[in-house]
Design a protein around this ligand. Structure first.
Ligand SMILES: Nc1nc2c(ncn2[C@@H]2O[C@H](COP(=O)(O)OP(=O)(O)OP(=O)(O)O)[C@@H](O)[C@H]2O)c(=O)[nH]1
Length: 518
């Protein structure tokens, strides 16, 4: 039994050991599995952790970015706030300024109104003053005319006396030298000239009066002494005599008329010692403001414009080339152009007695010898005379043309191209309705001067009147120095009407003028 028990114990021991062994292995296996599971779980958790960490990092970055944005927005908000405040202040300031400006504007308007009222009153006063002055001038004029009559009478008387004394001395002085006789005659003529000059001035005044020259268009009568600086020799005594006599005439008339009278002496025409007096010529330059055309427009067209019979007389004699034996009272024109420069000549086209509807004053300018006078002669007389002498001062002619079924009187002012007359010429631009600037296409220099002429015109009238650029002497093509393109370009640059013409052949003369008139 004990044996059995011992066997049992041993078996139980064995079983127990086996069981322990099994439990141990089971535990080890379990531990191993648990460790693996733990490790897997740990790895998984680590992964999750790292993912979370990354996410956290991203979130942190995002947060910092958002914080940055927030700060920027905050700053912006501050700035906007500051700007808002500033704008509000500016707004207030502008409102205040607007208020002030509108107040000032109101004040200015009030001042303007009062100034306008004052100007109106001044204008009325001025008009009244002008009326008064006109009346006094009229009175003064009639006084002067009376003086002229008196002087004329006095001269007649003096001449009679002189003739008597001359008759007495004639026999005694029969053998004296011809020069002495000549001198005597000239000295006698001094008063004659003076009175004659006065007569002419008087007639000019009469002429002005007869044309109802009102105050606003004063007459500039320049009787130019073309020999003032010429080579014509004059004896001292003669100069003194003449200066004394004519000095009186070279004064400004109290009438407000610019009257300058001087005698022209033609060198060589008065032969010393022959007893033939030197020929004297008077040239008249009429201001563009002395407008004979109102007559025309009022229907006085048939009546010749010329109001200076002495000038016409003189012209006739001069044209015939006769030497003058009459005393110095007779005046002979210097102009070889067949009529005195400045003589008012009326040329009419188409022989229509109708009254012109409009009047245009057109001033011709350009260097000397470009052909202005020839052009006018071609237009007005349909002829050409070679070898024209230079214009002295200003001349004008009237030409009536039909433009678009309307009768237009063109008052064509021919100015002297010579440098010394420029200041006179310049005055004529102001009243012009159009200007013709002419150059000679066979003379480059005359084209180069065009810019100067244009600036003179612009200086006087701006760009408010049309300007015709004319290249003359087209007939002389072989001597051309100015290509047509240059003229065209200049005209284009300055917005001018452009033509090339020939006063000699008449090509483009009428066309260009009609274009300007139109
Ligand atoms: N070949 C030719 N010669 C001309 C033409 N026009 C004028 N002449 C000549 O050019 C010269 C000057 O002509 P004028 O008409 O006196 O010139 P202007 O421009 O009036 O001169 P000023 O009076 O000094 O300003 C004269 O000898 C004319 O014969 C033309 O179309 N062809």
């Amino acid at each position: 039994m004990l044996m059995k028990i011992a066997a049992y114990d041993e078996e139980i021991q064995h079983l127990y050991e086996e069981m322990e062994q099994q439990i141990k292995s089971e535990r080890e296996q379990f531990l191993l599995k648990d460790t693996e599971r733990f490790q897997a779980r740990s790895r998984e958790l680590e992964k999750k952790l790292s993912a979370k960490e990354q996410e956290l990092e991203r979130l942190i970055q995002k947060q910092s970015r958002l914080e940055g944005q927030c700060t920027a927005l905050h700053n912006d908000k501050h700035e906007t706030k500051a700007e808002n405040t500033k704008l509000r202040l500016t707004n207030q300031e502008l409102a205040r300024e607007l208020e002030r400006t509108s107040r000032e504007l109101q004040e200015a308007q009030q001042q303007l109104e009062s100034l306008q009222r004052e100007a109106c009153e001044l204008q009325q006063e001025k008009e009244m003053e002008v009326c008064r002055v006109t009346e006094s001038l009229q009175r003064e004029k009639s006084g002067l005319l009376k003086q002229l009559d008196f002087l004329r009478e006095r001269n007649k008387h003096l001449r009679d006396e002189r003739d008597i004394s001359f008759q007495k001395d004639k026999a005694a002085k029969a053998n004296t030298a011809a020069s002495k006789a000549s001198r005597k005659q000239r000295s006698g003529s001094v008063i004659g000239k003076y009175v004659d000059g006065r007569e002419i001035l008087g007639r000019a005044l009469f002429s002005a009066a007869s044309r109802q020259v009102s105050l606003h268009f004063h007459i500039d009568i320049f009787i130019i002494s073309s020999y003032a600086s010429s080579s014509c020799p004059r004896s001292d005594s003669q100069s003194v005599e003449e200066d004394e006599a004519f000095g009186i005439l070279r004064r400004r008339s109290s009438l407000g008329l610019n009257a300058y009278l001087a005698a022209e002496e033609e060198s060589g025409t008065g032969e010393p010692g022959t007893g033939v007096p030197r020929r004297h010529a008077l040239r008249r330059i009429i201001s563009i403001e002395e407008d004979p055309l109102p007559q025309l427009l009022e229907g006085g067209f048939e009546k010749p414009l010329s109001k200076c019979p002495e000038e016409e007389e003189v012209f006739d004699q001069g044209a015939e080339g006769q030497s003058v034996t009459a005393p110095a009272l007779e005046l002979i024109p210097m102009s070889p152009r067949g009529q005195p420069v400045g003589k008012e000549a009326l040329y009419k086209e188409e022989n229509t007695p109708s009254t012109p509807d409009r009047l245009f004053k057109i001033v011709f300018v350009g260097d000397s010898a470009v052909g202005k006078t020839s052009f006018l002669r071609r237009i007005c007389e349909a002829r050409f005379s070679p070898g024209m002498a230079a214009t002295v001062g200003i001349d004008y002619r009237v030409k009536t043309v039909t433009v678009d079924n309307a009768q237009v009187a063109l008052q064509l002012w021919d100015t002297a191209g010579q440098e010394r007359y420029r200041c006179v010429t310049q005055q004529f631009f102001r009243k012009a309705d159009g200007v013709v600037v002419m150059y000679d296409l066979t003379a480059k220099q005359s084209f180069l001067s065009i810019r100067q002429w244009l600036s003179s015109v612009e200086e006087a009238v701006g760009d408010r009147i049309p300007v015709l650029l004319l290249g003359n002497k087209l007939d002389n093509e072989k001597e051309r120095e100015v290509p047509r393109g240059l003229g065209e370009q200049l005209a284009k640059d300055n917005s001018l009407i452009f033509y090339e013409c020939s006063a000699c052949s008449g090509h483009n003369t009428k066309e260009s003028l009609l274009h300007l008139a139109r």
